[in-house]
Design a protein around this ligand. Structure first.
Ligand code: CDP
Ligand code: MG
Length: 799
C-alpha cells in the first residue's frame, strides 16, 4: 500500500547518495549571464560547447525573476501592475539583451538555427521581436510550431498576455480540433502536425513570412517531415522570386514560366505559383540541445547561434538501491522533500495521464493523514490531453505558504517552462513509441530516458536559483542510459506521414530528403498498409476519392478509413463516437482500493460485443443525461451534475469531455468531405461488420489454449484485463491498441477489443464496397474456422 510506505522511509537523505564531483551536471553550472555565440565552425561531437568560438555579445548581471515576488501576494494585482510586471519579466529574460542582434541575424540568413537553454525566452520572445521589426508588415504571419499541443496553447496564451491582446487576435494558436486564430492573427503557435496539414491546402505556406520550428531537438516524426517539406517550400519560394526578377526569363503570354534547362524538381510546382503573392520564406530552427550541426548540415551549412541562459547549480541525488515501483518512490520522495527541504516547488516527471492522476490522488490521501500544519501542499498537473482551460493553472503560484507540486509528463522537460521550481523528481522513465516494421505493430512503451533527457530534467531545478534533482535510480544506471533519444521517425508507423506526403504530391517516398531516413522496411510496411486500406492505387498513387478523403481527416489512416466505411455500412453515427472515444486516454478508471465497485459500475455499460460498443454506451448515456440536465438546470450546473455522474460511475470526466469535443470536430469534418451520417440503431451486427472491414489488419483469432494470434503479424497476444472481452470466448476479435508487457512469460496485451464478425462469403459487391483487402485476412480466418459468423457468449467472473 502506497500511503503506508511513507512512514517506513523516514529520511531520504539516508537513501539518496549525494553526488559530488563527477556529476554530469557539473558542466551545466554555467556562468550567469548571456552570450550569443556562433556555432558555425562547430564540428561533430557531443559537447560542442568547449570548441565554440567565443563571440560574446553582451553580459548581463544576474537579475531576479519578478514573478517570484508574487508568491506571498494574495491580492490580485490590477492590470496596470500586472502589465508592468510582465514588462519587467520580459526585460529580465536572458534573450532580451540580444534582441537587436538576433533580429539582424534573422535578416541576414534565410535559415537560422538558434540553440538556447530552456527558459531563456526563445519561444515567447523571438516571435515578438520579429513582429516588432516588421516581419509581418505585408500582412504575413509568423508561424511557430511545437511538437506538443499544450506547449502551443500555453505559450500562445502567455504571449497574448505579454502583448496585451485578446487571444485569437494578433496572437493565436491552432492545434488539431481547436483553432483560435482570426484573419488578424500575426503570431501563430501551432503543432508541427498541424502545419503539415495546412500545407495540404496551401502547399507553399504562402501566408507565412517566417516559420519557426521550435523544440526541433525533440525530433518528433512531424518535425522531421516538416523540416523536409519546409526545405522544399523555401526552395520553391526563393526560386520563384529569382524567376520573377531574372532579366530575360522566358515567359508565356499569361506570365507562366516556360521550361528551363536543367529543370529542377521544383519547376513543376513553380509553374503553379503564378498569381500567388509569394515572398521568400525565413526559416528558424530552435533547439534546446547542442547538436545544432545536424540541422546546420541538413540546411547546407546554415548559420547557428547560441543564446546562453541562466543556469544555477543543481545537486543531483541518486537512490542507493534500485526501486521496484517508481510511482511509490516518487510519492515518498515528494513528501520527504516537503518535510525536510526549504520552500520551493517540486516538479515530478511521470509518463502519462493515468499515472499523473493516480499519483495526484495518492498525494491528496497522504496529505489527509498529516497534521493540519503540514498539509500546505498544492498539486497541479500538466499533460497533453489536459483541457485547455485547465492548462494555465500550472503557471499560477501556489497560495502563500504552500508548496506547489507539479505532476507532468516530459512536456515539462523543454517545451513548457514553469516558474518557481527548485526540486525535480525524476523516475528516469518516459512513454515512447516503438514500432516493429516486420510485424507492423506499433506500441507505446515505458522506456528509460536518455542521458540528455535526464540532464534536461535536472536543469529544470536550476532556473531561478540553486536546486536539487532526485533521480529515482542508482547512479550506476545513469551510465547505462543512451546518450540521446532516437528520432521518432526511426521507431514509429509511417502510414500517417506517408499518406500526407502523397497528398502533398511527394510520390517518391524513398527518395524524399528526410533529415534522417527511416528504414526501408518501415517505409515499405507503411506503403503496404496504405495499399491494403485502399488509400493508394496499385501504382502507389493516392487513390481518389478514398485516399484523398483519408488524407483530409486529421486521424490515423485506419480510423479515417473506418469512418469512410461506416458511411457505407450506415453506422457512421456509431463509428464517430467510437473514434472520438478511442482518441482520448482512459475513459474508465479503476482505483486499486475500489476495484470491485469500479468493475460493477462498468458492467452497466458493458456490451458483450466488445469495448467499442461499451464506449458507445457510455457516450450516449452521458450525452442523454447532459442534454436533459442542460434543459432543466442550465449548462454550468449540468456540467457539475455530469462530473458527479462520472465520479459515481468511475468514468474520467476530463477524458469524456475531451471525447465530446473531438466528436463534434470530426463530425463537422466528415460532413465536409461528404460522408453520410446515419445510425444502425439496434443492428449492432452491422457495426461489427464495419469494425471488421476497417480494422482487419488488427484481427486476432482465438487459439486452443485461449490466447489469441494476431492475423497480420502472427504475434501471440492476450486480451487486456480492462477489456470487457477479458475472459471472452469470442473466436475472432479486432483490437485497437497493443500493449507490450515487460513480463517475458505472458504475451503482449490487447486493449479495446471488439468482437469481429466474419463477413461471410465475400461477394463481388462486398469487394466493390472497398474491403477487398479485408478479404485477404478475413477469408483466411474464414477458411480456418469455417464459420459464417460468430456471436460470442459473455461471462463475467470476479477476479
Ligand atoms: O523557449 P524557452 O524555453 O527559451 O523559454 P520561454 O518558453 O520563452 O519562456 C521564457 C520565460 O517565460 C520563462 O521564464 C517562463 O517561466 C515564462 N513563462 C511563463 O511565465 N508563463 C508561460 N505560460 C510561458 C512562459
Ligand atoms: Mg521554448
Amino acid at each position: 500500500e502506497r500511503g503506508s510506505r511513507l512512514s517506513k522511509v523516514p529520511n531520504m537523505e539516508r537513501k539518496m547518495k549525494r553526488r559530488l564531483g563527477q556529476s554530469p551536471e557539473k558542466e551545466r553550472k554555467m556562468p550567469v549571464g548571456i552570450q550569443i555565440k556562433s556555432l558555425n565552425d562547430v564540428k561533430e561531437g557531443r559537447d560542442s560547447r568547449a570548441k565554440m568560438p567565443s563571440m560574446a555579445e553582451s553580459q548581463q548581471p544576474n537579475c531576479n525573476i519578478s514573478f517570484k515576488h508574487n508568491r506571498n501576494n494574495n491580492n490580485k494585482p490590477n492590470s496596470f501592475a500586472r502589465r508592468q510586471k510582465i514588462l519587467e519579466h520580459r526585460k529580465s529574460l536572458p534573450i532580451a539583451s540580444v534582441e537587436r542582434r538576433l533580429v539582424e541575424v534573422v535578416q541576414e540568413n534565410d535559415v537560422l538555427i538558434i540553440v538556447g537553454e530552456t527558459g531563456s525566452g526563445k519561444t515567447t520572445q523571438i516571435p515578438q521581436y520579429l513582429f516588432d521589426s516588421g516581419f509581418c508588415h505585408d500582412g504575413k504571419t509568423i508561424g511557430v510550431t511545437q511538437p506538443r499541443r499544450v506547449a502551443a496553447v500555453t505559450v500562445a496564451k502567455r504571449v497574448a498576455e505579454e502583448c496585451g491582446v485578446e487571444l485569437g487576435q494578433k496572437v493565436g494558436y491552432s492545434i488539431r480540433f481547436e483553432d483560435v486564430t482570426s484573419s488578424s492573427t500575426r503570431i501563430k503557435y501551432m503543432t508541427d502536425g498541424l502545419l503539415l496539414r495546412e500545407a495540404l491546402l496551401d502547399p507553399y505556406l504562402s501566408r507565412y513570412s517566417v516559420i519557426v520550428v521550435d523544440e526541433a531537438h525533440e525530433r518528433t516524426v512531424h518535425t522531421d517531415v516538416l523540416l523536409g517539406l519546409l526545405k522544399r517550400v523555401q526552395n520553391v519560394r526563393s526560386n520563384y522570386i529569382k524567376d520573377q526578377t531574372s532579366v530575360g526569363h522566358k515567359r508565356a503570354s499569361n506570365g507562366a514560366i516556360l521550361e528551363k534547362e536543367n529543370a529542377d524538381p521544383c519547376i513543376g510546382v513553380l509553374k503553379q505559383c503564378q498569381g500567388r503573392n509569394l515572398s521568400p520564406l525565413k526559416l528558424i530552427i530552435m533547439s534546446a540541445s547542442l547538436d545544432a550541426h545536424v540541422f546546420s548540415k541538413y540546411f547546407g551549412g546554415a548559420k547557428a547561434v547560441r543564446v546562453l541562459g541562466r543556469q544555477f547549480p543543481v545537486d543531483v541525488f541518486y537512490t542507493v538501491d534500485p526501486q521496484t515501483d517508481y510511482l511509490d518512490s516518487a510519492i515518498v520522495t515528494i513528501f520527504q522533500i516537503h518535510s525536510e527541504e526549504a520552500p520551493g516547488d517540486i516538479l515530478v516527471f511521470l509518463t502519462g495521464q493515468e499515472e499523473i492522476e493516480s499519483v495526484e490522488k495518492q498525494i491528496h490521501e497522504n496529505l489527509q493523514r498529516l497534521p493540519e500544519d503540514k498539509r500546505n501542499m498544492k498539486t497541479v498537473t500538466i499533460f497533453s490531453s489536459l483541457p485547455s482551460e485547465q492548462q494555465m493553472r500550472v503557471f499560477a503560484p501556489a497560495p502563500a505558504g504552500f508548496r506547489k507540486v507539479i505532476l507532468a509528463t516530459n512536456i515539462a522537460e523543454t517545451s513548457v517552462t514553469i516558474p518557481g521550481i527548485k526540486y525535480v523528481v525524476d523516475p528516469g522513465v518516459v512513454k515512447a513509441r516503438s514500432y516493429d516494421p516486420v510485424k507492423g505493430m506499433e506500441s507505446l512503451i515505458i522506456v528509460p530516458t536518455s542521458k540528455a533527457q535526464a540532464i534536461q530534467r535536472s536543469g529544470r531545478a536550476g532556473r531561478e536559483g540553486p536546486g536539487k534533482c532526485f533521480r529515482l535510480y542508482p547512479e550506476s544506471e545513469f551510465e547505462k542510459l543512451e546518450d540521446s533519444t532516437k528520432p521518432e521517425i526511426k521507431r514509429c508507423n509511417l502510414s500517417n506521414v506517408i499518406l500526407q506526403l502523397k497528398a502533398l504530391g511527394v510520390d517518391d517516398i524513398f527518395g524524399f530528403d528526410f533529415i534522417e531516413k527511416p528504414s526501408r522496411a518501415a517505409i515499405k510496411k507503411s506503403l503496404e498498409e496504405l495499399l491494403l486500406l485502399g488509400a493508394l492505387t496499385d501504382e502507389f498513387k493516392l487513390s481518389d476519392p478514398v485516399g484523398r478523403q483519408m488524407a483530409r481527416l486529421p486521424l490515423d489512416p485506419v480510423y479515417s478509413k473506418a469512418l469512410i466505411l461506416a458511411s457505407q455500412f450506415k453506422c457512421l453515427d456509431e463509428m464517430l463516437i467510437a473514434v472520438a472515444m478511442l482518441s482520448v486516454e482512459s475513459i474508465f478508471y479503476e482505483p486499486r482500493e475500489k476495484l470491485d465497485e469500479a468493475r460493477t459500475a462498468k458492467k452497466c455499460f458493458a456490451s458483450s460485443e466488445g469495448d467499442h460498443l461499451t464506449l458507445i454506451n457510455v457516450y450516449r448515456t452521458s450525452i442523454e443525461l447532459l442534454e436533459k440536465r442542460k434543459s432543466e438546470v442550465g449548462k454550468d450546473k449540468a456540467e457539475k451534475v455530469m462530473r458527479k455522474w462520472c465520479k459515481e460511475n468511475f468514468i474520467n470526466s476530463r477524458s469524456l469531455r475531451h471525447a465530446r469535443d473531438i466528436h463534434s470536430q470530426i463530425r463537422r469534418l466528415v460532413e465536409q468531405i461528404g460522408l453520410c451520417i446515419s445510425s444502425c440503431g439496434d443492428d449492432t451486427l452491422q457495426f461489427r461488420r464495419c469494425l471488421a472491414a476497417a480494422f482487419f489488419l488488427n484481427a486476432a483469432l482465438k487459439q486452443p489454449d485461449g490466447t489469441y494470434r494476431a492475423l497480420a503479424s502472427g504475434e501471440v497476444v492476450q486480451i487486456h484485463p480492462t477489456s470487457v472481452l477479458f475472459r471472452t470466448k469470442a473466436d475472432c476479435i479486432i483490437f485497437n491498441e497493443f500493449v507490450k508487457t515487460t513480463n517475458k512469460v505472458s504475451p503482449p496485451l490487447l486493449c479495446q477489443a471488439g468482437v469481429a464478425v466474419f463477413i461471410g462469403v465475400l461477394t463481388a459487391k462486398d469487394i466493390d464496397c472497398g474491403f477487398a483487402s479485408a478479404s485477404r485476412y478475413l477469408l483466411f480466418a474464414f477458411e480456418i474456422r469455417g464459420h459464417d459468423e460468430i456471436i460470442p457468449t459473455m461471462e463475467f467472473k470476479k477476479q
